[in-house]
Design a protein. Structure first.
Length: 250
């Protein structure tokens, strides 16, 4: 497969991750430019600036890209909508293909490369409301695949996630901001099978891995396909809950 240059972005958490990568079909992506912005400036205002800046550093232009890749979540509803709206607008403006990938799986892929001997890799993000987003993966053939019993990705109370962690074969790698939010509970659940701490594990979804995972799903540009792409919420939004819950009588 010929080299492909892709723009990848993820705003499923309060941390913004963006990268311009090159894929040659063998091994991890070559990162041409990367931006990681901590919580602060509104992502909707910051993203266009960072896209221009990263493309300039990579020596590329929007119309030269072979695809745009976006993290579909799970994560913060507003952040997911911002990333997807921005990606759709860029793809439509330049007639560039668009594809998405799981934000949790991107974290798992990055971790699996750092700990190739792991039996399980579990990225965790704080879902608020006393819940976490959890992904259950294991290293496989240079990437990752779903691991353990049950769905690959869930949103659940920390105690329920801890029960699944206890059943995993070790060594288990735990990572992500959701892990640190409930570290005592998760450490207790994996005391017998947890991998020792590893430096460099991502706390939030990394854009280069989002790009790698989404790249195989890129198809020739079609406007209908671009605007049909939807986030992976895992749970209903507040607006959806408002539509389904009975109204209170005054």
């Amino acid at each position: 497969m010929a080299d492909r240059t892709l723009l990848a972005l993820d705003t499923s958490t309060l941390t913004l991750s963006l990268a311009v990568i090159r894929l040659d079909g063998a091994g991890p992506a070559q990162v041409l430019a990367r931006r990681e912005e901590p919580p602060g400036i509104n992502h909707s205002k910051l993203l266009p600036i960072l896209v221009d800046d990263a493309l300039r550093e990579a020596g590329s232009e929007l119309a030269d890209l072979d695809g745009i890749c976006v993290g579909l979540g799970p994560g913060a509803f507003t952040g997911l909508r911002i990333a997807l709206a921005t990606a759709k607008g860029l793809a439509w403006a330049a007639s560039v293909p668009l594809a998405g990938a799981s934000s949790l799986e991107a974290m798992a892929l990055a971790a699996a490369r750092l700990v190739p001997g792991a039996k399980a890799v579990v990225p965790l993000l704080d879902a608020r409301k006393q819940e976490v987003y959890a992904g259950f993966y294991r290293p496989a053939a240079g990437g990752v695949e779903p691991g353990g019993d049950g769905p690959a990705e869930v949103v659940a109370p920390p105690a329920a996630v801890a029960e699944r962690l206890r059943a995993l074969e070790g060594p288990v790698v735990l990572l992500g901001e959701g892990y640190f939010a409930y570290r005592t509970l998760f450490d207790e659940a994996t005391a017998a099978n947890r991998h020792p701490p590893v430096a460099g594990l991502p706390e939030t979804p990394p854009a280069p891995e989002v790009g790698e995972l989404a790249a195989p799903r890129l198809a020739p540009y079609a406007k209908e396909a671009v605007f049909a792409l939807e986030p992976h919420y895992l749970r209903p939004s507040e607006a959806e809950l408002g539509l389904t819950q009975p109204k209170k009588r005054v």
